[in-house]
Design a protein around this ligand. Structure first.
Ligand code: MUC
Ligand code: MG
Length: 368
């Protein structure tokens, strides 16, 4: 049923350096997966990560190699199985590799939705909204530049919620930077921080107290990935919402975090979850545990961002919005028609499958 599986690495410069505690990005490497069926339907998926191996456990190069060596031969040798049976075979044969699995699953769902003539969201139970609020990450590292960038985004009606990447400077420097931006933008504008696991528990207590007092409304992944007890103690201790990001690695991890109520909010990411269906499961677990949801990103290009949008469109509550701005951080587009960002929101496409059209000539020009 599947004729070919191709993995394409596309290096695209970012519009400005994007500074995280774990890496400074000047370029993003999109990891695109194209699956073609024997009867000629094409599906696309994406397994993009951040900063090589500094953020996640899979690199663009490892994803490409593993898909070519293991996933592709397996998929092309399968008989006429349905989607669940296909995914079950892959899961039985291949351990881990959540990003690669997500890209493959996205492409398979894109194919299936195109076959049925439905938007992908309708295969996930159906969308509850056609538009998603999208925040912007200020990560130039410079307070005045960040304030100017935020004001420009508000004036252009692109974004009115901002996340600041901190953790690479001394704590007080970072906290002062955040509070200066919050004060410049005013009470109406939501300002959040992502520490990307840089702080010890003592630093968390000091930093979060000041950020809470300064009107910041969300603290993302302040401590190390494995420090779940610390995350739980911070969640108990502070009124400001604490969010699990890197610590949350799919449904089993969501279940463990929920049992301990180790976070107020889950940053759901399709790649970290291991697929779109698994991201929906994470959403269900959060709902049952009374944990709020946020639609996260691995700074994917348009394929992963729109796949995520289809998932987030099905969530009952999305209290903290989304950060599906990845394509806007890139200097080049790979779509024939760009994604629609308007009025502080991203429009979830309505045509069959992912609802986007890849410009394959452009991809050919840009591929590594
Ligand atoms: C992360 O940790 O959330 C999302 C937005 C951004 O600027 O970086 C990513 C990763
Ligand atoms: Mg994060």
């Amino acid at each position: 049923m599947y004729k070919s599986v191709e993995t394409i690495l596309v290096d695209i410069p970012t519009i400005r350096p994007h500074k995280l505690s774990v890496a400074t990005m000047q370029t993003q490497t999109l990891v695109l997966v194209k699956i073609t069926t024997v009867d000629g339907i094409v599906g696309w998926g994406e397994a993009t990560t951040i900063g090589g191996l500094s953020y996640g456990e899979e690199s663009p190069e490892s994803v490409k190699s593993n898909i070519e060596t293991y996933f592709s031969p397996l998929l092309c040798a399968l008989g006429d199985l349905n989607l669940s049976q296909t995914l079950q075979k892959l899961h039985k044969a291949i351990n881990g590799n959540r990003f690669a699995k997500c890209a493959i699953q996205t492409a398979l769902l894109d194919i299936q939705a195109k076959r049925l003539g439905l938007p992908l969201s309708e295969l996930l139970g159906g969308r509850l909204r056609d538009r998603l609020p999208v925040l912007w990450t200020l990560a130039s590292g410079d307070t005045d530049k960040d304030i100017a960038e935020a004001k420009q985004m508000i004036a252009a009606k692109r974004h009115n919620i901002f996340k600041l990447k901190i953790g690479s400077n001394p704590l007080q420097h970072d906290v002062d930077h955040v509070i200066a931006i919050k004060q410049a933008l005013g009470a109406e504008i939501s300002v959040r921080v992502d520490v990307n696991r840089a702080w010890s528990e003592l630093e968390c207590v000091n930093g979060i107290q000041q950020l809470q007092d300064g009107g910041i409304d969300l603290i993302e992944q302040p401590c190390a990935i494995e420090q779940v007890d610390t995350l739980a103690r911070l969640t108990q201790r502070f009124d400001v919402a604490i969010m699990a990001d890197e610590t949350l690695t799919g449904p089993a991890s969501a279940y463990r975090l929920a049992k301990q109520h180790a976070a107020d909010v889950f940053a759901v990411k399709i790649a970290q979850s291991g697929g779109l269906l698994e991201a929906c499961e994470v959403g269900k677990i959060a709902k049952l545990a009374g944990i709020e949801l946020y639609g996260g990103t691995m700074l994917e290009g348009p394929v992963g961002s729109i796949a995520s949008a289809h998932v987030f469109s099905t969530f009952d509550r999305l209290a903290f919005g989304t950060e599906l701005f990845g394509p806007l951080l890139l200097t080049q587009d790979i779509l024939k028609t760009p994604l629609q960002y308007e009025n502080f929101e991203l429009v979830v496409p309505n045509s069959p499958g992912l609802g986007i059209e890849i410009d394959e000539d452009r991809v050919e020009q840009l591929r590594r």
